[in-house]
Ligand binder design. Structure first.
Ligand SMILES: [Zn+2]
Length: 380
């Protein structure tokens, strides 16, 4: 089979940089070898960093038509209300918006997406096979009486994702899933990566711990029965983390207000199979806050990167998330952040057998990254 030899001043292999090296890639994108440049002989020479394709660990592709619809810095509660009222507007433009967003991700060097789906709106796009998806079919239902109906509806949505890659039923968040609904979901977790929106706003812990705060008002406005909830006397993370015990991997998304003691608890309980997803641009968009990067690093937590949706981001690009992380956390080495964007993300989605690093036999994609401008170009 024909092959390409690619060289650049630095090659990031998924874990670390190699200098003066060349990547040998088969025509179909399979990695054959990473060798010292002189061994490769004649190679195509690029300026910048060669990196495996990026993993976008958290997205909501089905909200792509909401780009620019919600103002910045509303805070999470108003954001949620605006998504609920706005998500079915302009329904006619949905398929085009989904296709354009998927193409934007592909162009930006993204090879796999952990995608939250409340509906089957993205199924036809996913079946085209342009990218890999882990389909997180998201379940919500705070009123205990509605647990059965929420569950049955989600099981139907899940069936629609056959042929789109792995798919799992996942809880939206601690404050939107009632105990009876958790009980229905838990038997489905085995073998899967289970994603949860975690501690995205201070209101979340306030509501779960004390039964008070902005979410009480949110449920009043939505007419959702909240009489069963008087507060659980513990943080959001502690209220649900053990319920994920049979999941193969856990993906906690946002962590903008993750307390250090909760992180320590999660790591102690299931540290080797729990991933913490940063969506810094969405946090800046919604809450104008940055996530707890230094706490996560200090504890050696496995970090991954997500874009969230076009309802809460200006674009879908992992390199744009890296740009914001570099701006707000300049002390974090680029090498470390690239690991979050590639191999860690692949592990979170259980795709590390084929994606995330330049190991022989994998097909991770090849992206050229300019270390100064952080612009990207897809090479394979
Ligand atoms: Zn999200």
């Amino acid at each position: 089979m024909a092959q390409r030899k690619l060289s650049a001043p630095r090659i990031f292999d998924g874990t670390r940089f190699h200098e003066n090296s060349a990547l040998i890639v088969a025509e179909d994108g399979t990695i054959e070898a990473l060798v010292p440049a002189p061994e490769a002989g004649d190679a195509e020479r690029f300026e910048g960093i060669l990196t495996p394709g990026f993993i976008n660990a958290h997205c909501h592709l089905e909200l792509s038509h909401m780009k620019g619809q919600i103002p910045e810095h509303t805070g999470l509660v108003d954001f949620v209300l605006l998504v609920i009222s706005g998500r079915s507007e302009r329904e006619a433009t949905m398929p085009e918006a989904i296709a354009a967003a998927a193409e934007e991700m592909r162009r930006n060097g993204i090879v796999a997406v952990g995608d939250i789906s409340n509906t089957t709106d993205t199924v036809s796009q996913k079946k085209l096979g342009h990218m890999r998806y882990y389909n997180f079919v998201e379940v919500l239902g705070w009123a205990p009486a509605g647990a059965d109906a929420s569950y049955r509806r989600s099981v139907e949505v899940l069936k629609g994702f056959e042929g789109c890659g792995p798919a799992a039923l996942v809880p939206h968040a601690s404050y939107t899933v009632s105990d009876p609904l958790w009980q229905l979901l838990q038997p489905h977790f085995g073998g899967h990566t289970i994603s949860v929106h975690n501690q995205e706003t201070p209101d979340e812990d306030e509501f779960i711990r004390n039964g008070s705060g902005a979410f009480v008002e949110l449920y009043q406005k939505l007419g959702v029965d909240n009489r069963h909830h008087a507060g659980k006397g513990m943080s959001s993370l502690r209220s649900y983390f053990n319920k994920l015990h049979n999941a193969e991997r856990r993906l906690l998304v946002h962590n903008t207000f993750l307390p250090e003691e909760d992180l320590a608890y999660a790591l102690q309980t299931a540290g080797d199979s729990t991933f913490f997803c940063l969506c810094i641009n969405a946090n800046l968009y919604i809450e104008n806050k940055v996530p707890s990067v230094e706490i996560l690093r200090r504890h050696g937590a496995a970090i991954v990167i997500g874009t969230d949706s076009l309802a809460s981001n200006w674009q879908l690009g992992v390199h744009e998330e890296i740009r914001s992380l570099r701006k707000h956390f300049p002390q974090v080495p680029l090498e470390e952040i690239l690991g979050w964007a590639t191999l860690n993300g692949a592990k979170a989605l259980q795709m590390e057998d084929t994606l995330g690093s330049f190991e022989k036999g994998k097909t991770p994609g090849v992206v050229l990254l300019d270390p100064e401008t952080l612009e990207v170009r897809r090479l394979a």
